[in-house]
Structure formats: C-alpha cells, structure tokens
Design a binder for this molecule. Structure first.
Ligand code: AKG
Ligand code: FE2
Length: 352
C-alpha cells in the first residue's frame, strides 16, 4: 500500500509530527469557545398528525437549516449499539481495515480525506463510506465482515433510516404547503443513500487541525448520529460558529448543499434549491480534541443523478421569485466548481 497516505489513527501515534497539509496556520483550526446553538428539537412521531410540530419543523429549517429529531422509533440502547459496532470496526488492526480500502479516486471504502488539490487541507479523520441504496449498487467488498454483526447492523440501521427520511421529506413538503410526495418524487425512486462512518482520533494540535473542514452537505437531507458524549460539531449561523449540543438519542437532521469540500452529502444544498431558498443549507465543521476520540455516522440522502432538481412552481410567485435554475448531476457540477475554488451552489443561482 506504498503510495497510500497513512491513516489518521497511525498519524495520531506520531505525536506532534503532523504533515503540513493538515495544518491550518495561525490558529485557524477553530475555537471551542463559542456559544451553544439552540437547535430546535422536533418530535418525528408527531409530524404526521400535529400542525404545531410541522410548524416547528418549518421554522427550524428556515432559521437553522437543521433540527434534532427525537421519537424516531430507535431506542437509545439500539443507537448505542450502532455506535459501539462502529467503534469496534475502527479499533480493528490496520491490516484488517485495509481489506476494505478505497481506491485512490473512489469515495467508497475505508480511507481518509480525498485529496483533490495541492492546496487542500486534509481532515483529521478516518472514514468508511458505503453506498446502501439502491440495493443493487452495494459493493460488498467494502462492507466489513468484522466485527461480525457489522453488515447486519448496517443493513438494519439503513432500513430504519430510509423510512425515517421518507417521513421527514413528506413533512418538509407539507410544511411548505406542497403535495407531500413532491420531494420524494423529484429525487427519484433510485435516489441514493450513502452511509459514512467517521472516526476522529485524538489530535495533538486541536488549535491547528480540523476534523472535518467547513462544508455544506451534497445531499438533499442528512441524518447524523453524532458521538454520544464527545462534542466537536459546529454550525454556522449569521456568520458565527455555534456548538451543536449533544442529545444522545436524537438524530441531527440537516438540509444539504453540494458544497461539500470533501465529497459526499450532509447539511444539504439540493433541498435549498428544491425549496427555492426556503430551507437553508448550513455550513458546518468538526473540531478535533486532544483528550478523546470521537465517532459519528452520517447518512446522506442523494437524488438520482439524472433527475433534474429545481424549485417547485408552487413556491414561486411575485413575492418569492425563482432563485435557482434546475440542476442535474449535481455531483459532477460540484467537482468542476470545487476545482475552481467556487461553491457549486453558484451554478444554479440566478444572478440578480
Ligand atoms: O461528525 C460529524 O458530526 C459531522 C460529519 C459531517 O459533517 C459529514 O460527514 O458530512
Ligand atoms: Fe457534513
């Protein structure tokens, strides 16, 4: 594996000898001394029946671009089991994990941050990235056979997350007075679900090194299972960074953008386009920590690549003019823009 970069877990064992391309000079790694964000808590079980809960969802996505979803049907005990199996995988010997190694220009598999340019900073994290749906696109060679229950857990968790994502997408549509299936239909029957397991090892210089660089996710929505006790996620609002508080039993749901600087989905721009800017796609990042490692599990719901994504007519009128042109193959657009150092969202924005 000579040409492959070392895993961050290996680098973490080398103390302060961190390669240059991880370092944000001048203390720009970020500060933990920021206020806590009061992210609205939404009861997912009530979305189908309560107008008040639907209003809460709408206001969370309009003002924050994210919410903490509780009462989603998975117990804390179950979520902790999922977290434990994820941790067990990352604690396997390196040779074992390398069986699932991603190829240099592929996002799927085990590895660290994808390097797309010489100027790019590299994230202090190791990842396992899997396509879950459509089921016929699963590449089992990247699915760990060890720990023993990893595959069954991943399958079971995805079935649950898939159904929760449908409930949320329908509620989002209804909260905008749209037909409830409109997002689901626009994103297509063969929309994709990516799962990203991430380990952020302890880091020798949290002041100079970032776990996950500022980005907005390339998904329509992202459902994030954060670490149950280690903080690190920060979200930008009104040009100010805030800490995301931990609610161990909640899924943090956010609206995506394809401006992800790494790859993959997240707090999402496509939903910003479909909703004609009503729902915001927040920038977020993950800081590192010298005391404790952190894990998270993000599921990105990404539209079918060939589907044209544009604002719904029902959201356009004289007071709310069309803000975005329809886009297709957003992932490709993302990469072109990325190379030019621009935000891919610009491709769709109508200039004023
Ligand atoms: O680890 C986290 O809390 C967030 C990770 C993230 O933003 C992503 O995977 O897109
Ligand atoms: Fe993200």
């Amino acid at each position: 594996m000579g040409s492959l970069p070392k895993s961050v877990q290996e680098l973490a064992l080398q103390g302060e000898q961190v390669p240059e391309n991880f370092l944000y000079k001048d203390g720009h790694g970020g500060s933990t001394d920021v206020p806590v964000m009061d992210i609205p808590v939404v009861d997912i079980g009530l979305l189908a029946t309560s107008a008040q809960e639907l209003q809460k969802l709408n206001s969370a996505l309009t003002n924050f671009g994210c919410f903490q979803g509780i009462n989603h049907g998975m117990s804390l005990e179950y979520l902790n089991q999922v977290r434990e199996i994820t941790k067990e995988f990352f604690h396997l010997p390196l040779e074992e994990k390398q069986k699932y190694l991603r190829e240099e220009n592929d996002i799927e598999g085990y590895g660290n941050d994808m390097v797309l340019s010489d100027q790019q900073k590299i994230d202090w994290s190791d990842r396992l990235y899997l396509v879950i749906y459509p089921e016929d696109q699963r590449k089992l060679k990247h699915w760990p056979e060890n720990p023993k229950n990893f595959r069954s857990m991943t399958h079971e968790y995805s079935v649950k997350i898939q159904s929760i994502s449908q409930v949320i997408l329908k509620a989002m549509a209804r909260s905008l007075n749209l037909e409830e299936n409109c997002f689901v239909e626009q994103y297509g029957k063969r929309s994709k679900l990516y799962e990203r397991f991430t380990l952020y090892p302890r880091c020798p210089r949290p002041d100079l090194i970032v776990g996950c660089k500022p980005h907005a996710d390339g998904s329509a929505i992202t459902l994030l299972l954060p670490d149950k006790s280690v903080e690190g996620l920060q979200i930008l609002k009104d040009n100010q960074w805030f800490k995301a508080p931990i609610i161990p039993e909640a899924l943090l749901v956010n609206v995506g953008d394809q401006a992800e600087l790494n790859y993959g989905g997240g707090f999402s721009v496509l939903m910003q386009i479909s909703s004609n800017g009503a729902f915001k796609s927040p920038l977020h990042k993950v800081l590192t920590n010298s005391e404790r490692e952190r894990i998270s599990l993000a599921v990105f719901y990404v539209p079918e690549p060939d589907k044209e994504i544009g604002p719904f007519e029902g959201l356009i009128d004289e007071s709310r003019p069309r803000l975005y042109r329809p886009v297709k193959n957003y992932v490709d657009i993302y990469f072109q823009y990325y190379q030019q150092g621009r935000r891919p969202m610009e491709a769709s924005k109508i200039q004023d």
